[in-house]
Design a protein around this ligand. Structure first.
Ligand code: LMR
Length: 394
């Protein structure tokens, strides 16, 4: 059976976890996988989540099946967290999913059931797992330009130009906030222009929101999504709680569909759940139940929001301090964009070879396209790190 099988290529982001762990050098720096770290380099369980888990352990009296959509109260709380007051609740349906990746796949399956082989347009660059997930569901992928590496900003005219060539019924995948891997984001006016184009050209928006609260704040990070929701008849959303609730390994996410009317929303939801039944049947409960407890309890929710805000502020401080260190060490403004970007990532604009040299010569780990996880920056050694980066530049 397996004698002709070739080994699957390793995932470039996840492979870094193992490479970093195996490196014995003291002072190694992990700017790889997108996991929040505190100033001690730890990824702690958030206090509100820990408290919610205690309550769950105490109060949970059964582990019987919940059903294909998972925890319905979690789904309602997530819909509110993401959409706020935007979008018509009668037209939105939400299914709990195993993480943001599970939500992406569930939505992709719904697209495939509605329009087999549809084209999904995605930003160039995007998170490397987007295209495999879409293709895994049988969809086609197309690219739209997104990032101008020289200025570190969004190539907005080129993006609109490319999307203007999409066919009615094509799907457009957008990062809700904190673009992964570039850290360059659309502003409100750009979101409105994109939303108008989508509505005018009958394109279906599919918004991946995996870092809500990491950029400008919980509501501000959902503003673009909400602008789109107010201007289009139909849209799709994949949301993740991995980062903003730090429940990475518990796999907590939500797949959302907004349809033209309530009856169509019910049909779309039934298809999403039928797809879930064949993929994994029901989502894991524990993490979603903890998130639901946090979101429903005003005191716990306030604790969570304040801890999340501290994390966001820390990343902003690190951005500014690192841009300053790079300015000092390089005598140039080449890396100033780092302070302007938002979210967990920025791309430094190094070659793969330079990234390898940083790993081999300085024990600095980042993704091959020179994406850094800002939360991994060592606060007390930013100038050393900047010096190492400058040393591989030519
Ligand atoms: C990342 O981009 O590093 C994270 O989303 C983790 C992952 O699954 O790739």
């Amino acid at each position: 059976m397996f004698e002709t099988l070739q080994a699957a290529p390793t995932d470039k982001i996840l492979a870094l976890i193992g490479l970093y762990r195996a490196d014995p050098r003291a002072g190694k720096v992990d700017l790889g996988v997108g996991v929040y770290k505190d100033s001690d380099g730890r990824t702690p369980v958030m206090c509100a989540v820990r408290e919610a888990e205690k309550r769950l352990l105490q109060d949970q009296d059964s582990k019987t099946y919940l059903g294909l959509a998972g925890d319905l109260a979690f789904n309602a709380a997530m819909t509110k967290l993401v959409f706020g007051e935007a979008g018509d609740p009668a037209r939105i349906r939400t299914a709990q999913a195993p993480g943001g990746s599970g939500a992406l796949r569930l939505v992709a399956e719904l697209i495939q059931r509605s329009r087999p082989g549809a084209s999904v347009w995605m930003s160039s660059p995007t998170w490397p797992n987007h295209a495999p997930i879409m293709r895994g569901a049988g969809l086609k992928t197309r690219d739209y330009p997104y990032f101008d590496a020289r200025s570190g900003t969004v190539s907005f005219d080129a993006m609109l130009d490319a999307l203007g060539k999409a066919e009615p019924g094509d799907v457009v995948l957008l990062h809700g906030c904190c673009h992964n891997p570039t850290g360059a984001n659309l502003d409100a006016a750009q979101w409105a222009a994109v939303a108008d184009l989508l509505a005018h050209k009958h394109l279906l928006p599919f918004i991946d929101i995996a870092y809500q609260g990491f950029g400008e704040g919980l509501d501000a990070d959902a503003e673009g999504l909400r602008i789109v929701a107010a201007r289009v008849p139909e849209m799709l959303v994949a949301a993740s709680c991995s980062k903003n609730f730090a429940v990475y390994r518990d796999r907590v996410g939500a797949a959302m569909v907004m349809a033209g009317d309530s009856a169509q929303a019910d049909i779309a939801m039934s298809q999403m759940l039928a797809a879930a039944r064949t993929l994994y049947s029901m989502p894991p409960d524990h993490g979603a139940a903890a998130v639901r407890i946090v979101l429903e309890d005003p005191a716990l929710r306030a604790d969570w929001e304040s801890e999340l805000e501290d994390m966001r502020q820390r990343m902003l401080r690190l951005r500014v301090a690192f841009a300053e260190a790079l300015r000092r060490q390089s005598n140039s403004d080449r890396f100033d964009f780092i302070a302007e970007h938002r979210g967990m990532f920025s791309r430094l604009g190094l070659t793969e070879h330079q990234v390898e040299r940083l790993r081999d010569e300085h024990a600095v780990y980042m993704v091959g396209d020179s994406r850094i996880n800002v939360a991994g920056l060592p606060e007390d050694r930013l100038d050393d790190l900047a010096k190492a980066i400058v040393s591989v530049l030519d």
